[in-house]
Design a protein around this ligand. Structure first.
Ligand SMILES: [Zn+2]
Ligand SMILES: [Zn+2]
Length: 122
């Protein structure tokens, strides 16, 4: 009987350990505060909202980010927005590998249906 209990504890612990390991590998790097990144991106001129913000480590020194930015800015303003957003991320958060998708408000992008399941503000 105690052997059965023992085995179930080991199995339970193992799955917990696996989950934490997965989170450690795929999760937001410890030195990055996702709320601060969200606030800083929203503070950029022209940004009304954002979603699908994902941040992860490429290596111990390189951080990658993807985000959808909702902006009224005209296409010519997008260039400026991309430049300001990448410069800010590099300077404030040392994120050097950022990818942006710019969407117009109310543009029928199907992003809302996507469930990411990982750390981020989807
Ligand atoms: Zn997402
Ligand atoms: Zn989107």
């Amino acid at each position: 009987m105690s052997l059965v209990v023992c085995v179930s504890i080991i199995l339970g612990t193992w799955s917990l350990l696996r989950a934490s390991l997965d989170m450690a590998l795929d999760g937001v790097p410890a030195q990055i505060d996702l709320d601060q990144v969200t606030a800083s991106l929203k503070a950029l001129p022209g940004v009304e909202d954002l979603h699908h913000l994902h941040v992860w480590s490429l290596s111990t020194t390189e951080t990658a980010l993807t985000v959808h930015l909702v902006s009224e800015a005209s296409s010519s303003g997008h260039e400026t927005l991309l430049r300001e957003a990448s410069a800010m991320l590099l300077k404030r958060f040392r994120i050097g590998h950022a990818t942006f998708q710019i969407e117009t408000p109310g543009g029928a992008f199907p992003c809302g249906d996507a469930s990411c399941g990982s750390a981020g503000s989807c």
